[in-house]
Design a protein around this ligand. Structure first.
Ligand SMILES: [Zn+2]
Length: 362
């Protein structure tokens, strides 16, 4: 029992173990802080937009408990006079799931069939809803229209179209749904449950996941996109004389510059690459509001979606990445790729090392 309340660091430890533990703890704290910053940025932006929208709406009223405009009533998390829910008051917040097969838990045939039917309907709804939101996003972005904030209520209105509800949705959502409907296979059972509780849950998950997706993939995808453009022979950005490593460094530099971050020109093997020319190219790029940080990506994920769409569309093409001159040594990656092809049985294990040795020396 005592161990539970004592920190690991209070135990007698060697200096190295203690240092490593402290390092890990610091890392964990930083990560937690970053996550909180992201979450706060999302909430702040939503509050701001909600307030602006509600002030415009002639039917909206301020919260009767606190008088603020960014929420409707005291049940909202944004209300300073919010009363905690019963679950929060008791402190019993843990949820548990026990998994079991249907046959093992139920022997009533009628009930079993009803459950099976329900699961199928739910799965169909979820699948079709995912297809629709993808279709809607691609159509919206490819026509150059802005995406609205990716809030729970946005997804709720989108998904509700499937069950003939969501009258509050914007006109463009309704129109795209009519279009989407004609594309569905006729065999698909569109007889979904009209209960919207499941839609509420799906909307909540989608809202969180979409912010998460943008903030964790934006930088990586953009750097990859720059790198591919610099490597693509048929692209005007192609750096014919630069090594793959140099192109990677330039791509990273371009991202930092275009994102409005601190950017230092990298040390390159190929000194003919013009710093000024790269800067000019970067200057014309529109990634979204800068400086781009994890918090800004989470808070206003919708504003970065047009750029993400451009990047992903380009990356669907196949681009061959090659060194300007054939290499005369084996890179770590080359050794790794070839090693995977070598059979690993015990009899030949000594051959592997010979093989590695011969690659490294050639
Ligand atoms: Zn309030």
């Amino acid at each position: 029992m005592c161990l539970l309340t004592t920190s690991l660091l209070d135990l007698p430890l060697t200096e190295t173990v203690r240092k490593n533990l402290e390092k890990a703890q610091k890392k964990r704290e930083e990560k937690r802080k970053k996550t909180k910053e992201k979450r706060d940025a999302v909430r702040e932006e939503e509050k701001r937009q909600q307030e602006a929208k509600r002030r415009q709406d002639p039917n909206a009223k301020p919260c009767p408990s606190c008088g603020n405009w960014d929420h409707q009533r005291s049940t909202s998390k944004n209300c300073p006079k919010r009363k905690p829910k019963k679950r929060e008051q008791t402190g019993l917040t843990r949820q548990s799931t026990v998994k079991a097969t249907l046959d093992g838990t139920c022997n009533n045939e009628i009930l079993k069939n009803t459950i099976k039917d329900t699961v199928l309907k739910c799965r169909n709804l979820r699948h079709t809803a995912s297809l629709f939101v993808n279709y809607l996003t691609v159509r919206r972005l490819s026509s150059g229209e802005p995406m609205p904030l990716l809030t729970q209520s946005f997804f709720y209105n989108v998904f509700s179209q499937l069950v003939g509800q969501g009258q509050q949705a914007d006109q463009w959502i309704k129109e795209l749904y009519l279009e989407f409907q004609t594309l569905l296979p006729t065999a698909r059972n569109l007889n979904f449950h009209h209960d919207t509780q499941m839609i509420t849950e799906m909307a909540r998950q989608y809202s969180t996941a979409s912010h998460q997706h943008i903030s964790s993939n934006f930088e990586k995808r953009t750097v990859d996109y720059f790198f591919l453009r610099l490597s693509n022979q048929s692209d005007t950005w192609h750096l014919a004389t630069a090594s793959v490593k140099d192109r990677r460094s330039v791509a990273k530099y371009m991202y930092q510059r275009a994102a409005g971050l601190q950017a230092d020109w990298p040390e390159l093997e190929d000194t003919t690459i013009s710093h000024a020319m790269i800067d000019v190219r970067t200057f014309t790029l529109q990634l979204g509001p800068t400086p781009i940080t994890e918090a800004s990506l989470s808070g206003r994920a919708n504003l970065y979606m047009p750029w993400m769409a451009t990047v992903l569309a380009y990356m669907e093409r196949r681009v061959l990445v090659q060194e300007p001159v054939p290499q005369r040594y084996a890179s770590k990656q080359y050794v790794y790729r070839n090693l995977k092809e070598v059979s690993c049985d015990i009899a030949s294990s000594c051959n592997i090392f010979l093989f590695v040795d011969s690659i490294c020396r050639s």
